[in-house]
Design a protein around this ligand. Structure first.
Ligand code: AMP
Length: 400
């Protein structure tokens, strides 16, 4: 970060949207830990930190009497743990903006940390309200955005607030900078062959991504539930496998476009099929376009694993989004595991690999391979939108 933080109050947007149990203990503090380098940098360089974050969707989950469920969504629950991680007591402000927030911010000394109340307690946050943003901006001297996970939203604390700081007084935090740089590695001059691996449940969720990949990559591997829509579109028999009948034409068109553009599409030639959606279902391996009646494809088969692995291992740039099967059930996790291992091996051999989007991130974590790929993105939706070629408001607000 180029800003000199000495004697500056840094207004930092972090993503502390962590899971809590019923007693409000943090059950996974990854997001908090990821923001530590940025906060520590500010403190070490003589600044103070005013932290903003959302937690859950408090305005969508009001109490029965229509009031805010402050106890459930307050960021106060996080300050103790954050303080322990930082080695600095974290002050808490019970409002996001207002007189108390302004007074507490004004009184903040170098080396101190202040956490503001949940930004989403205010309806103005998601609306990107300028007045609310201005009040937030008045709390700090400089603005740091380290919340990549919300960079695709033009909310007050993630985007609009940046307008009230001069270009030299606003910057990305380390986490956000890292995400933007790694996305850049696959989007700008990637080493070839470039392979995109997509999977998961729905074609409709991934269609923009697939379209974009047609202009970027050499190979597209399609696994998971979404593959069966493509098989059906080609006249295959898919039994009870997941299908989106309203996307058949789109799938067929995509295959045609790929051919015209010289992009090779790999669908799983075989599948592990099951008679019900259950880990203990009766299982067998069949061709993916000849799934018997009463059966559904829940994982890619041996032949598909071998073919996909060989494509992956000969690639120099790899993007992976979406599991190859229902990896949450051990009997249908093998395909995803094989692909994760192939990505790790390709990386060891010099390829650049980026894993982005919720479930494939969960899969590499579950398999203990997160350290063996080049980059695991923390921002599911934000990373997908970046890969789709969209300009993210939270990024544009910093870079101008
Ligand atoms: P997505 O969020 O679209 O990436 O989808 C991830 C989900 O797709 C995971 O929960 C997987 O269990 C599920 N999934 C993957 N393959 C299949 C399949 N063949 N049939 C049904 N669900 C699947």
């Amino acid at each position: 970060m180029e800003i000199n933080f000495k004697n500056k109050k840094a207004l930092i947007r972090v993503d502390f949207n962590v899971p809590l149990d019923k007693a409000y203990n943090i059950t996974d503090d990854t997001r908090i830990r990821m923001a530590l380098p940025t906060i520590q940098h500010v403190l070490k360089n003589g600044g103070s930190a005013i932290l903003m974050s959302h937690l859950g969707r408090p305005l969508k989950k009001l109490k029965e009497d229509g009031s805010l469920d402050v106890e459930k969504f307050t960021l106060r629950h996080l300050t103790g743990h954050l303080g322990e991680l930082l080695g600095v007591a974290v002050k808490f402000c019970p409002e996001t903006v207002g007189d108390t927030a302004q007074q507490m911010a004004d009184a903040l000394q170098p080396g101190e940390v202040l956490m503001l109340e949940n930004t989403r307690f205010q309806k103005e946050e998601e609306k990107g309200d300028p007045e609310f943003s201005k009040k937030l901006a008045a709390l700090g001297d400089v603005y740091v955005n380290d919340a990549f996970g919300t960079a695709h939203r033009a909310h007050a604390s993630t985007t609009i607030v940046a307008q009230y700081f001069a270009p030299e007084a606003r910057t990305f935090g380390f986490l956000m900078k890292n995400e933007v740089e790694n996305a850049g590695k696959v989007l700008n001059n990637p080493a070839r062959p470039f392979t995109a691996i997509t999977g998961g449940a729905k074609v409709s969720d991934k269609i923009l991504l697939l379209e974009r990949f047609l202009d970027l990559v050499d190979n597209i591997i399609i696994g998971g539930g979404m593959a069966y829509t493509f098989f059906k579109a080609q006249g295959g028999k898919i039994g009870n496998s997941l299908v989106e009948d309203d996307r058949l034409e789109l799938a067929a068109e995509l295959l045609k476009k790929a051919e015209a553009k010289g992009v090779k599409i790999y669908l799983p030639v075989d599948s592990v099929v099951a008679d019900k959606f259950d880990n203990n279902a009766d299982r067998k391996v069949t061709a993916s376009n000849a799934v018997p009646d009463g059966y559904m494809g829940l994982d890619i088969g041996e032949k598909a694993r071998a073919e996909f692995s060989s494509v992956i291992k000969s690639s120099k740039t790899i993007i992976w989004n979406g599991p190859m099967g229902v990896f949450e059930m051990p009997n249908f996790a093998e395909g995803t595991k094989t692909i994760a291992t192939a990505v790790a091996e390709a990386t060891k051999a010099g390829a650049f690999s980026l894993v982005g989007g919720g479930d494939s991130v969960a899969a590499v974590n579950q398999m203990g391979l997160a350290d063996e790929v080049s980059f695991v993105s923390t921002g599911g939706g934000a990373m997908l939108e970046m890969l789709e070629g969209k300009e993210l408001p939270g990024i544009k607000a910093i870079t101008g």
